[in-house]
Design a protein around this ligand. Structure first.
Ligand SMILES: [Zn+2]
Length: 247
């Protein structure tokens, strides 16, 4: 399984970067996990829009799904559009982004599969196990398994035992860490710090921790140090263009 970071900014894209977006490949199948602001230009540096096989969106905040619109446009506004793209989301999560174009423009470009948080299903070679994790809107964390490798991704969420359960024994935990040390009181139930993410990675016995969704302007080395206070393994920072080979 190969994970390529398209972007890892929380909330808005920093200069030259993109919001949450991850290309996960296995056995020639290309799955996009989240498609936040500015991820499509990063994607198109690597593969054509028509070479994507499926999309999974953790939740409906635009820093996780806004670029579904340009991806669908790039697939359908051409002379030889590919087959409709399977798109997986929680019920209603994509209503706003799918309404950006007038009715009918993108209708043939996708097939929407809305799933219930907590369910498991297959996307191509990937076994997907989902959990509802606490966020300001419904957010599905996922555990992807393919070829005996496991990638866990939190989407955005506050502290929850399910965050650890999703990542139990995972080869790589891709963990939202919007703040470094402390999450402000107003969002403490909905977001996580790098320090908390490090402790969770240790508790889950994850093989590798990658921090993502850092608020633009965050000192990445401080985030890495905060996570390292609780976790002895390798710690990366999700940045456009980085790849992690889980094989
Ligand atoms: Zn969010």
């Amino acid at each position: 399984m190969l994970l390529t970071i398209l972007g890892g900014c929380g909330a808005w894209p920093a200069a030259g970067q993109a919001c949450s977006g991850y290309l996960v490949e296995h056995d020639g199948f290309r799955l996009l996990v989240d498609l936040g602001h500015a991820t499509v230009p990063r994607l198109l540096e690597r593969v054509g829009a028509d070479q994507i096989d499926a999309v999974f969106i953790s939740h409906g905040h635009p820093d996780h799904c806004a670029d579904l619109n340009p991806l669908l446009r790039a697939r359908t506004m051409r002379d030889d559009p590919p087959a409709a793209l399977p798109v997986y989301s929680l019920p209603g999560a994509l209503d706003a982004v799918l309404a950006l174009d007038r009715p009918g423009v993108l209708t043939d470009a996708y097939v929407l599969h809305e799933f219930t948080a907590g369910s498991g299903f297959d996307i191509g070679p990937f076994r997907m196990q989902t959990r509802l994790l606490p966020h300001s809107i419904p957010n599905a964390g996922i555990r992807l398994t393919a070829g005996e490798r496991v990638l866990a991704y939190t989407g955005d969420s506050g502290p929850s035992p399910d965050r650890v359960e999703l990542a139990r024994g995972a080869d790589l935990l891709l963990a939202e860490a919007t703040h470094v040390e402390r999450v402000p009181e107003v969002s403490r139930r909905y977001l996580t710090s790098a320090r908390q993410a490090g402790r969770q990675a240790r508790e889950a016995d994850a093989g590798h921790l990658v921090l993502t969704h850092l608020q633009p302007g965050t000192d990445a080395s401080a985030a890495r140090a905060a996570a390292g206070a609780g976790y002895d393994g390798e710690i990366g920072i999700a940045t456009s263009g980085l790849s992690f080979d889980l094989s």
